[in-house]
Design a protein around this ligand. Structure first.
Ligand code: IFM
Length: 482
Protein backbone atom coordinates (compact mmCIF):
# COMPACT_ATOMS: atom_id res chain seq x y z
CA UNK A 1 0.00 0.00 0.00
CA UNK A 2 1.09 3.56 -0.45
CA UNK A 3 -0.40 6.66 1.14
CA UNK A 4 -2.69 7.26 -1.81
CA UNK A 5 -4.33 3.90 -1.44
CA UNK A 6 -3.86 0.59 -3.10
CA UNK A 7 -0.74 0.66 -5.23
CA UNK A 8 -0.34 -0.86 -8.64
CA UNK A 9 1.95 -3.45 -7.19
CA UNK A 10 -0.68 -4.16 -4.56
CA UNK A 11 -3.25 -5.15 -7.10
CA UNK A 12 -0.64 -7.19 -8.86
CA UNK A 13 -0.58 -9.47 -5.86
CA UNK A 14 -4.29 -9.95 -6.12
CA UNK A 15 -3.73 -10.91 -9.71
CA UNK A 16 -1.29 -13.52 -8.59
CA UNK A 17 -3.94 -14.90 -6.28
CA UNK A 18 -6.35 -15.36 -9.15
CA UNK A 19 -10.12 -15.42 -9.01
CA UNK A 20 -10.31 -16.81 -5.55
CA UNK A 21 -8.41 -13.84 -4.24
CA UNK A 22 -11.45 -11.66 -4.56
CA UNK A 23 -13.85 -13.63 -2.51
CA UNK A 24 -12.15 -15.61 0.20
CA UNK A 25 -11.04 -15.11 3.74
CA UNK A 26 -8.90 -16.23 6.62
CA UNK A 27 -11.48 -15.38 9.28
CA UNK A 28 -11.18 -17.41 12.46
CA UNK A 29 -14.69 -18.75 12.66
CA UNK A 30 -18.08 -18.18 11.23
CA UNK A 31 -20.67 -16.09 13.01
CA UNK A 32 -24.35 -16.25 12.22
CA UNK A 33 -24.98 -15.79 8.54
CA UNK A 34 -28.76 -15.74 8.71
CA UNK A 35 -31.15 -12.80 8.49
CA UNK A 36 -34.33 -12.59 10.52
CA UNK A 37 -37.67 -11.33 9.20
CA UNK A 38 -40.82 -10.08 10.88
CA UNK A 39 -43.11 -11.13 8.05
CA UNK A 40 -42.63 -13.63 5.26
CA UNK A 41 -45.02 -11.83 2.93
CA UNK A 42 -43.57 -9.69 0.12
CA UNK A 43 -45.54 -6.73 -1.26
CA UNK A 44 -47.98 -7.44 -4.10
CA UNK A 45 -45.99 -5.30 -6.53
CA UNK A 46 -42.66 -6.99 -5.77
CA UNK A 47 -41.10 -8.09 -9.08
CA UNK A 48 -40.09 -11.76 -9.34
CA UNK A 49 -37.84 -12.66 -12.25
CA UNK A 50 -34.89 -14.54 -13.70
CA UNK A 51 -31.67 -13.20 -15.21
CA UNK A 52 -29.59 -14.44 -18.15
CA UNK A 53 -26.92 -13.07 -20.48
CA UNK A 54 -26.60 -13.20 -24.26
CA UNK A 55 -23.21 -14.87 -24.59
CA UNK A 56 -24.03 -17.50 -21.98
CA UNK A 57 -27.30 -18.55 -23.61
CA UNK A 58 -27.87 -17.50 -27.20
CA UNK A 59 -25.54 -19.63 -29.29
CA UNK A 60 -25.91 -19.03 -33.07
CA UNK A 61 -22.78 -16.88 -33.17
CA UNK A 62 -22.96 -16.28 -36.87
CA UNK A 63 -26.70 -15.83 -37.30
CA UNK A 64 -28.13 -12.77 -39.01
CA UNK A 65 -24.90 -10.85 -39.42
CA UNK A 66 -23.61 -10.95 -35.84
CA UNK A 67 -20.02 -9.77 -35.49
CA UNK A 68 -17.48 -11.47 -33.21
CA UNK A 69 -17.14 -10.38 -29.61
CA UNK A 70 -14.13 -10.60 -27.33
CA UNK A 71 -15.55 -13.80 -25.85
CA UNK A 72 -15.63 -15.47 -29.29
CA UNK A 73 -11.92 -14.71 -29.53
CA UNK A 74 -11.09 -15.68 -25.96
CA UNK A 75 -12.92 -19.02 -25.90
CA UNK A 76 -10.92 -20.20 -28.93
CA UNK A 77 -7.55 -19.54 -27.30
CA UNK A 78 -6.07 -22.81 -25.98
CA UNK A 79 -6.33 -23.25 -22.24
CA UNK A 80 -8.66 -20.34 -21.59
CA UNK A 81 -11.82 -22.35 -20.87
CA UNK A 82 -11.62 -24.98 -18.15
CA UNK A 83 -13.49 -27.72 -20.05
CA UNK A 84 -12.32 -26.65 -23.50
CA UNK A 85 -15.89 -25.84 -24.48
CA UNK A 86 -17.32 -22.89 -26.34
CA UNK A 87 -20.65 -21.07 -26.33
CA UNK A 88 -21.54 -21.81 -29.95
CA UNK A 89 -24.74 -23.53 -28.81
CA UNK A 90 -25.03 -22.64 -25.11
CA UNK A 91 -28.76 -22.97 -24.30
CA UNK A 92 -29.61 -22.37 -27.96
CA UNK A 93 -31.78 -19.51 -26.83
CA UNK A 94 -31.33 -17.45 -30.00
CA UNK A 95 -33.52 -20.08 -31.62
CA UNK A 96 -35.46 -21.36 -28.59
CA UNK A 97 -36.25 -18.01 -26.97
CA UNK A 98 -40.01 -18.63 -27.10
CA UNK A 99 -39.58 -21.82 -25.03
CA UNK A 100 -37.56 -19.84 -22.50
CA UNK A 101 -40.26 -17.20 -22.21
CA UNK A 102 -42.86 -19.96 -21.75
CA UNK A 103 -40.80 -21.38 -18.89
CA UNK A 104 -40.57 -17.96 -17.27
CA UNK A 105 -44.27 -17.28 -17.59
CA UNK A 106 -45.00 -20.86 -16.51
CA UNK A 107 -43.21 -20.18 -13.24
CA UNK A 108 -45.44 -17.21 -12.56
CA UNK A 109 -42.51 -14.85 -13.02
CA UNK A 110 -43.30 -11.38 -14.26
CA UNK A 111 -39.86 -10.23 -15.38
CA UNK A 112 -37.03 -11.46 -17.60
CA UNK A 113 -33.61 -9.86 -17.42
CA UNK A 114 -31.64 -10.77 -20.55
CA UNK A 115 -28.76 -9.02 -22.25
CA UNK A 116 -28.43 -7.71 -25.77
CA UNK A 117 -25.35 -8.69 -27.74
CA UNK A 118 -23.76 -5.43 -28.89
CA UNK A 119 -22.18 -7.17 -31.89
CA UNK A 120 -25.56 -8.38 -33.16
CA UNK A 121 -26.78 -4.79 -33.27
CA UNK A 122 -23.51 -3.27 -34.48
CA UNK A 123 -21.25 -6.05 -35.79
CA UNK A 124 -18.12 -3.90 -35.43
CA UNK A 125 -19.43 -2.07 -32.40
CA UNK A 126 -20.07 1.19 -34.22
CA UNK A 127 -21.24 2.50 -37.56
CA UNK A 128 -24.13 0.94 -39.42
CA UNK A 129 -26.83 -0.81 -37.45
CA UNK A 130 -27.61 -4.42 -38.40
CA UNK A 131 -31.43 -4.55 -38.47
CA UNK A 132 -31.48 -8.36 -38.57
CA UNK A 133 -29.68 -8.46 -35.21
CA UNK A 134 -32.22 -6.14 -33.67
CA UNK A 135 -35.02 -8.25 -35.15
CA UNK A 136 -34.17 -11.01 -32.69
CA UNK A 137 -34.59 -8.74 -29.66
CA UNK A 138 -37.72 -7.28 -31.21
CA UNK A 139 -39.19 -10.80 -31.31
CA UNK A 140 -37.97 -11.54 -27.80
CA UNK A 141 -39.49 -8.37 -26.35
CA UNK A 142 -42.79 -9.11 -28.08
CA UNK A 143 -42.73 -12.73 -26.87
CA UNK A 144 -42.26 -11.50 -23.29
CA UNK A 145 -45.02 -8.93 -23.50
CA UNK A 146 -47.42 -11.45 -25.04
CA UNK A 147 -46.94 -13.64 -21.95
CA UNK A 148 -47.23 -10.84 -19.40
CA UNK A 149 -43.48 -10.86 -18.70
CA UNK A 150 -41.74 -7.48 -18.44
CA UNK A 151 -38.44 -7.39 -20.36
CA UNK A 152 -35.38 -5.90 -18.63
CA UNK A 153 -32.54 -5.61 -21.14
CA UNK A 154 -28.90 -5.29 -20.09
CA UNK A 155 -26.88 -3.50 -22.76
CA UNK A 156 -23.42 -4.74 -21.81
CA UNK A 157 -22.82 -8.12 -20.21
CA UNK A 158 -19.10 -8.43 -21.06
CA UNK A 159 -19.34 -9.29 -24.79
CA UNK A 160 -17.62 -6.28 -26.29
CA UNK A 161 -17.42 -6.35 -30.09
CA UNK A 162 -13.94 -7.58 -31.02
CA UNK A 163 -13.49 -4.72 -33.48
CA UNK A 164 -13.72 -2.25 -30.59
CA UNK A 165 -11.26 -4.28 -28.54
CA UNK A 166 -8.87 -4.03 -31.48
CA UNK A 167 -9.01 -0.27 -30.95
CA UNK A 168 -8.29 -0.54 -27.23
CA UNK A 169 -11.67 -1.67 -25.89
CA UNK A 170 -12.82 -0.02 -22.68
CA UNK A 171 -9.35 1.31 -22.03
CA UNK A 172 -9.93 3.65 -24.99
CA UNK A 173 -12.07 6.69 -24.30
CA UNK A 174 -13.87 6.43 -27.66
CA UNK A 175 -15.55 3.21 -26.53
CA UNK A 176 -17.65 5.25 -24.09
CA UNK A 177 -19.10 7.22 -26.98
CA UNK A 178 -19.66 4.06 -29.05
CA UNK A 179 -21.56 2.55 -26.13
CA UNK A 180 -23.91 5.53 -25.99
CA UNK A 181 -24.54 5.27 -29.75
CA UNK A 182 -25.30 1.57 -29.37
CA UNK A 183 -27.69 2.30 -26.49
CA UNK A 184 -29.51 4.83 -28.67
CA UNK A 185 -29.77 2.31 -31.51
CA UNK A 186 -31.33 -0.28 -29.21
CA UNK A 187 -34.04 1.96 -27.81
CA UNK A 188 -34.53 3.64 -31.17
CA UNK A 189 -35.90 0.31 -32.34
CA UNK A 190 -37.28 -1.25 -29.12
CA UNK A 191 -37.96 1.67 -26.79
CA UNK A 192 -41.65 1.82 -27.61
CA UNK A 193 -42.04 -1.57 -25.82
CA UNK A 194 -38.81 -2.15 -23.90
CA UNK A 195 -39.13 0.17 -20.89
CA UNK A 196 -36.54 -1.25 -18.49
CA UNK A 197 -32.91 -0.88 -19.46
CA UNK A 198 -29.79 -1.86 -17.50
CA UNK A 199 -26.63 -0.25 -18.79
CA UNK A 200 -23.76 -2.41 -17.50
CA UNK A 201 -23.47 -5.80 -15.84
CA UNK A 202 -20.85 -6.18 -13.10
CA UNK A 203 -18.29 -3.79 -14.57
CA UNK A 204 -15.88 -4.54 -11.70
CA UNK A 205 -15.74 -8.19 -12.74
CA UNK A 206 -15.16 -7.28 -16.37
CA UNK A 207 -12.45 -4.79 -15.43
CA UNK A 208 -10.56 -6.86 -12.89
CA UNK A 209 -10.96 -10.36 -14.32
CA UNK A 210 -10.70 -9.29 -17.94
CA UNK A 211 -7.97 -6.63 -17.75
CA UNK A 212 -5.95 -7.25 -14.58
CA UNK A 213 -6.19 -10.96 -13.80
CA UNK A 214 -6.47 -12.15 -17.40
CA UNK A 215 -9.03 -14.84 -16.57
CA UNK A 216 -11.89 -13.41 -18.62
CA UNK A 217 -11.96 -11.87 -22.07
CA UNK A 218 -10.13 -9.92 -23.33
CA UNK A 219 -7.56 -11.87 -21.29
CA UNK A 220 -5.30 -8.97 -20.39
CA UNK A 221 -3.05 -8.83 -17.34
CA UNK A 222 -2.12 -5.22 -16.97
CA UNK A 223 -2.71 -3.29 -13.80
CA UNK A 224 -2.32 -0.03 -15.74
CA UNK A 225 -5.66 -0.81 -17.42
CA UNK A 226 -7.61 -0.72 -14.17
CA UNK A 227 -8.07 3.06 -14.08
CA UNK A 228 -8.95 3.75 -17.72
CA UNK A 229 -11.21 0.71 -18.03
CA UNK A 230 -13.11 1.65 -14.88
CA UNK A 231 -13.41 5.28 -15.88
CA UNK A 232 -14.45 4.70 -19.46
CA UNK A 233 -17.12 2.20 -18.44
CA UNK A 234 -18.48 4.74 -15.96
CA UNK A 235 -18.30 7.46 -18.59
CA UNK A 236 -19.93 5.26 -21.23
CA UNK A 237 -22.72 4.52 -18.79
CA UNK A 238 -23.28 8.24 -18.15
CA UNK A 239 -23.36 9.02 -21.86
CA UNK A 240 -25.65 6.05 -22.51
CA UNK A 241 -28.11 7.15 -19.83
CA UNK A 242 -28.24 10.59 -21.44
CA UNK A 243 -28.82 9.05 -24.87
CA UNK A 244 -31.50 6.68 -23.57
CA UNK A 245 -33.41 9.47 -21.86
CA UNK A 246 -33.13 11.69 -24.95
CA UNK A 247 -34.68 8.92 -27.04
CA UNK A 248 -37.52 8.00 -24.66
CA UNK A 249 -38.48 9.91 -21.54
CA UNK A 250 -40.44 7.05 -19.98
CA UNK A 251 -37.64 4.48 -19.59
CA UNK A 252 -36.71 3.00 -16.22
CA UNK A 253 -32.93 2.94 -16.30
CA UNK A 254 -30.54 1.24 -13.92
CA UNK A 255 -27.17 -0.44 -13.68
CA UNK A 256 -26.06 -3.74 -12.18
CA UNK A 257 -23.10 -4.01 -9.83
CA UNK A 258 -21.49 -7.06 -8.25
CA UNK A 259 -21.34 -5.78 -4.70
CA UNK A 260 -19.33 -7.59 -2.06
CA UNK A 261 -18.64 -6.62 1.51
CA UNK A 262 -14.84 -6.47 1.73
CA UNK A 263 -14.28 -7.81 5.19
CA UNK A 264 -11.07 -7.71 7.10
CA UNK A 265 -9.77 -11.24 7.36
CA UNK A 266 -9.41 -12.52 10.89
CA UNK A 267 -6.58 -13.90 12.99
CA UNK A 268 -4.53 -12.37 15.76
CA UNK A 269 -3.30 -9.47 13.60
CA UNK A 270 -6.61 -8.73 11.91
CA UNK A 271 -6.28 -4.97 12.33
CA UNK A 272 -3.30 -5.03 9.93
CA UNK A 273 -5.66 -6.17 7.19
CA UNK A 274 -7.86 -3.08 7.29
CA UNK A 275 -6.00 -0.98 4.67
CA UNK A 276 -5.98 -3.89 2.25
CA UNK A 277 -9.72 -4.44 2.70
CA UNK A 278 -10.36 -0.72 2.14
CA UNK A 279 -8.29 -0.84 -1.03
CA UNK A 280 -10.25 -3.72 -2.45
CA UNK A 281 -13.52 -2.08 -1.44
CA UNK A 282 -12.47 1.07 -3.31
CA UNK A 283 -11.79 -0.58 -6.62
CA UNK A 284 -14.47 -3.26 -6.44
CA UNK A 285 -17.47 -1.44 -4.95
CA UNK A 286 -16.89 2.27 -4.50
CA UNK A 287 -15.25 2.94 -7.90
CA UNK A 288 -18.73 2.28 -9.35
CA UNK A 289 -21.11 3.39 -6.62
CA UNK A 290 -19.45 6.69 -5.71
CA UNK A 291 -19.18 8.42 -9.10
CA UNK A 292 -22.68 7.32 -10.11
CA UNK A 293 -24.46 8.14 -6.86
CA UNK A 294 -22.20 10.82 -5.34
CA UNK A 295 -20.38 12.32 -8.30
CA UNK A 296 -16.85 11.54 -7.06
CA UNK A 297 -14.34 8.70 -7.10
CA UNK A 298 -12.98 7.35 -3.82
CA UNK A 299 -9.62 8.90 -2.97
CA UNK A 300 -8.07 5.44 -2.96
CA UNK A 301 -8.60 5.28 -6.75
CA UNK A 302 -6.62 8.47 -7.44
CA UNK A 303 -3.41 6.78 -8.49
CA UNK A 304 -5.12 4.51 -10.97
CA UNK A 305 -7.21 7.27 -12.52
CA UNK A 306 -4.41 9.76 -12.99
CA UNK A 307 -4.42 11.17 -16.52
CA UNK A 308 -7.77 9.68 -17.49
CA UNK A 309 -10.32 12.09 -15.97
CA UNK A 310 -11.30 15.16 -17.94
CA UNK A 311 -13.28 18.19 -16.90
CA UNK A 312 -16.97 17.43 -16.87
CA UNK A 313 -16.57 13.63 -16.80
CA UNK A 314 -17.85 13.25 -13.25
CA UNK A 315 -20.88 15.36 -14.07
CA UNK A 316 -21.62 13.09 -17.03
CA UNK A 317 -21.23 9.97 -14.89
CA UNK A 318 -23.39 11.33 -12.03
CA UNK A 319 -26.72 10.66 -13.77
CA UNK A 320 -30.00 10.00 -12.00
CA UNK A 321 -30.99 6.35 -12.18
CA UNK A 322 -34.35 4.71 -11.54
CA UNK A 323 -32.93 1.67 -9.78
CA UNK A 324 -29.63 0.21 -8.67
CA UNK A 325 -29.21 -3.45 -9.63
CA UNK A 326 -27.41 -5.49 -6.98
CA UNK A 327 -25.83 -8.84 -7.82
CA UNK A 328 -24.82 -10.68 -4.70
CA UNK A 329 -23.19 -14.07 -4.22
CA UNK A 330 -20.69 -13.87 -1.33
CA UNK A 331 -18.57 -11.54 0.78
CA UNK A 332 -14.85 -11.00 0.17
CA UNK A 333 -12.20 -11.14 2.89
CA UNK A 334 -8.85 -9.48 2.57
CA UNK A 335 -5.46 -10.02 4.21
CA UNK A 336 -2.55 -7.66 4.49
CA UNK A 337 0.55 -9.68 3.70
CA UNK A 338 3.78 -8.15 4.92
CA UNK A 339 5.68 -10.93 3.24
CA UNK A 340 4.56 -9.91 -0.23
CA UNK A 341 5.71 -6.87 -2.11
CA UNK A 342 2.21 -5.51 -2.34
CA UNK A 343 1.07 -6.16 1.24
CA UNK A 344 -2.28 -7.39 -0.11
CA UNK A 345 -3.13 -11.05 -0.22
CA UNK A 346 -6.16 -13.25 -0.48
CA UNK A 347 -7.44 -15.01 2.59
CA UNK A 348 -9.42 -18.21 2.88
CA UNK A 349 -13.02 -18.72 3.94
CA UNK A 350 -13.59 -18.66 7.68
CA UNK A 351 -13.08 -22.00 9.34
CA UNK A 352 -16.34 -23.93 9.30
CA UNK A 353 -17.86 -21.68 6.65
CA UNK A 354 -20.54 -23.17 4.49
CA UNK A 355 -19.36 -23.06 0.88
CA UNK A 356 -21.11 -23.24 -2.45
CA UNK A 357 -19.78 -25.15 -5.43
CA UNK A 358 -17.55 -22.17 -6.29
CA UNK A 359 -15.89 -22.36 -2.90
CA UNK A 360 -17.66 -19.13 -2.09
CA UNK A 361 -19.03 -18.70 1.38
CA UNK A 362 -22.81 -18.93 1.61
CA UNK A 363 -23.55 -15.89 3.70
CA UNK A 364 -26.92 -14.11 3.40
CA UNK A 365 -25.79 -11.63 6.06
CA UNK A 366 -23.40 -10.23 3.44
CA UNK A 367 -26.39 -9.26 1.35
CA UNK A 368 -27.95 -7.49 4.33
CA UNK A 369 -24.62 -5.70 4.78
CA UNK A 370 -24.55 -4.54 1.15
CA UNK A 371 -28.17 -3.39 1.22
CA UNK A 372 -27.70 -1.58 4.53
CA UNK A 373 -24.73 0.29 3.11
CA UNK A 374 -26.69 1.38 0.06
CA UNK A 375 -29.47 2.61 2.31
CA UNK A 376 -27.22 4.45 4.76
CA UNK A 377 -24.38 5.74 2.61
CA UNK A 378 -25.95 6.26 -0.80
CA UNK A 379 -29.31 7.91 -0.11
CA UNK A 380 -31.45 4.77 -0.17
CA UNK A 381 -32.07 4.53 -3.93
CA UNK A 382 -34.61 2.03 -5.28
CA UNK A 383 -32.89 -1.35 -5.62
CA UNK A 384 -33.51 -4.50 -7.61
CA UNK A 385 -31.65 -7.68 -6.75
CA UNK A 386 -30.63 -8.43 -10.33
CA UNK A 387 -28.73 -11.68 -9.61
CA UNK A 388 -28.45 -14.21 -6.83
CA UNK A 389 -28.18 -17.97 -7.06
CA UNK A 390 -25.92 -20.98 -6.71
CA UNK A 391 -24.46 -23.77 -8.78
CA UNK A 392 -24.76 -27.54 -8.62
CA UNK A 393 -21.48 -29.20 -7.64
CA UNK A 394 -18.98 -28.68 -10.46
CA UNK A 395 -18.25 -31.22 -13.12
CA UNK A 396 -19.58 -32.81 -16.25
CA UNK A 397 -22.17 -34.95 -14.51
CA UNK A 398 -25.91 -34.61 -15.00
CA UNK A 399 -27.77 -31.72 -13.42
CA UNK A 400 -29.14 -32.24 -9.92
CA UNK A 401 -32.89 -32.21 -10.49
CA UNK A 402 -33.81 -32.66 -6.85
CA UNK A 403 -32.00 -29.46 -5.92
CA UNK A 404 -33.26 -28.68 -2.45
CA UNK A 405 -29.92 -26.98 -1.75
CA UNK A 406 -30.82 -24.32 -4.34
CA UNK A 407 -34.26 -23.60 -2.86
CA UNK A 408 -32.64 -23.27 0.55
CA UNK A 409 -30.01 -20.91 -0.84
CA UNK A 410 -32.70 -18.75 -2.43
CA UNK A 411 -34.89 -18.82 0.67
CA UNK A 412 -32.07 -17.69 2.93
CA UNK A 413 -31.10 -14.84 0.60
CA UNK A 414 -34.71 -13.79 0.19
CA UNK A 415 -34.89 -13.58 3.97
CA UNK A 416 -31.93 -11.20 3.75
CA UNK A 417 -33.77 -9.12 1.15
CA UNK A 418 -36.93 -9.02 3.24
CA UNK A 419 -35.00 -8.17 6.37
CA UNK A 420 -33.39 -5.18 4.61
CA UNK A 421 -36.80 -4.09 3.36
CA UNK A 422 -38.15 -4.20 6.89
CA UNK A 423 -35.28 -1.92 7.90
CA UNK A 424 -36.24 0.62 5.22
CA UNK A 425 -34.38 -0.47 2.05
CA UNK A 426 -36.42 0.24 -1.08
CA UNK A 427 -36.10 -3.13 -2.80
CA UNK A 428 -38.57 -3.65 -5.59
CA UNK A 429 -37.69 -7.04 -7.00
CA UNK A 430 -35.52 -10.15 -7.08
CA UNK A 431 -34.13 -11.90 -10.17
CA UNK A 432 -32.51 -15.25 -9.60
CA UNK A 433 -29.51 -16.38 -11.62
CA UNK A 434 -30.49 -18.23 -13.77
CA UNK A 435 -33.21 -19.83 -15.86
CA UNK A 436 -31.39 -22.72 -17.60
CA UNK A 437 -27.97 -24.25 -16.90
CA UNK A 438 -25.73 -22.28 -19.23
CA UNK A 439 -22.14 -21.53 -20.26
CA UNK A 440 -20.28 -20.08 -17.30
CA UNK A 441 -17.50 -18.10 -18.97
CA UNK A 442 -14.00 -19.43 -18.22
CA UNK A 443 -15.32 -22.57 -16.56
CA UNK A 444 -17.53 -23.49 -19.48
CA UNK A 445 -20.30 -25.99 -18.79
CA UNK A 446 -18.82 -27.26 -15.52
CA UNK A 447 -21.21 -25.24 -13.40
CA UNK A 448 -25.02 -25.34 -13.41
CA UNK A 449 -26.89 -22.38 -11.95
CA UNK A 450 -30.30 -23.02 -13.55
CA UNK A 451 -33.77 -23.60 -12.22
CA UNK A 452 -34.06 -25.71 -15.36
CA UNK A 453 -31.68 -28.37 -16.69
CA UNK A 454 -30.94 -28.83 -20.37
CA UNK A 455 -29.97 -31.91 -22.35
CA UNK A 456 -27.07 -30.53 -24.35
CA UNK A 457 -27.59 -33.06 -27.13
CA UNK A 458 -31.27 -32.45 -27.74
CA UNK A 459 -31.74 -29.01 -26.20
CA UNK A 460 -34.70 -30.34 -24.23
CA UNK A 461 -35.35 -28.37 -21.05
CA UNK A 462 -36.30 -30.05 -17.79
CA UNK A 463 -37.39 -28.04 -14.72
CA UNK A 464 -35.66 -28.87 -11.46
CA UNK A 465 -37.38 -28.94 -8.07
CA UNK A 466 -36.24 -25.35 -7.44
CA UNK A 467 -38.28 -24.20 -10.45
CA UNK A 468 -41.45 -25.37 -8.70
CA UNK A 469 -40.28 -23.89 -5.41
CA UNK A 470 -39.58 -20.48 -6.93
CA UNK A 471 -42.89 -20.60 -8.80
CA UNK A 472 -44.75 -21.01 -5.55
CA UNK A 473 -42.88 -18.09 -3.97
CA UNK A 474 -43.51 -15.85 -6.98
CA UNK A 475 -47.18 -16.76 -7.23
CA UNK A 476 -47.95 -16.28 -3.54
CA UNK A 477 -45.36 -13.66 -2.61
CA UNK A 478 -44.86 -15.70 0.56
CA UNK A 479 -41.54 -17.11 1.64
CA UNK A 480 -41.78 -20.60 3.11
CA UNK A 481 -39.99 -21.27 6.38
CA UNK A 482 -38.03 -24.15 4.81
O1 IFM B 1 -22.83 -16.34 -14.74
C1 IFM B 1 -22.46 -15.21 -14.03
C2 IFM B 1 -23.05 -13.96 -14.66
O2 IFM B 1 -22.69 -13.82 -15.99
C3 IFM B 1 -22.61 -12.73 -13.91
N1 IFM B 1 -22.83 -12.87 -12.49
C4 IFM B 1 -22.41 -14.09 -11.85
C5 IFM B 1 -22.95 -15.29 -12.60
C6 IFM B 1 -22.56 -16.60 -11.89
O3 IFM B 1 -21.19 -16.69 -11.72
Amino acid sequence: MDDRGISRRALGALAAGGAASLGLSGCDRVGSTEATVKSRQFPDDFVWGVATAAFQTEGSPEADGRGPSIWDTFEKQPGRIKDGSNADVATDSYRRYAEDVDLIAGAGLKAFRFSIAWSRVLPTGEGTVNPAGLDHYDRLVDACLAKGVTPYATLFHWDLPQALQDKGGWSARDTAKSFADYAAAVVGRLGDRLKHVITLNEPAVHTVFGHVLGEHAPGLKDIALLGPTTHHMNLGQGLAIQALRAAHDDLRIGTTLALQPCRVAGGPLAFWNRPAASGLDALWNRAWLDPLLKGAYPVLMADFLKGHLRDGDLKTIHQPIDFLGVNYYAPAYVNLDLGSASHIAPGAPPRGAELDAFGRQIDPSGLVEVLTRIRRDYGNPPVLITENGCSDPFGNGPAVLDDGFRSQYLRRHLEAVKSAMESGSRIGGYFTWTLIDNWEWDIGYTSKFGLVAMDRTTGVRRPKASYGWFKQVAETGTLPTA
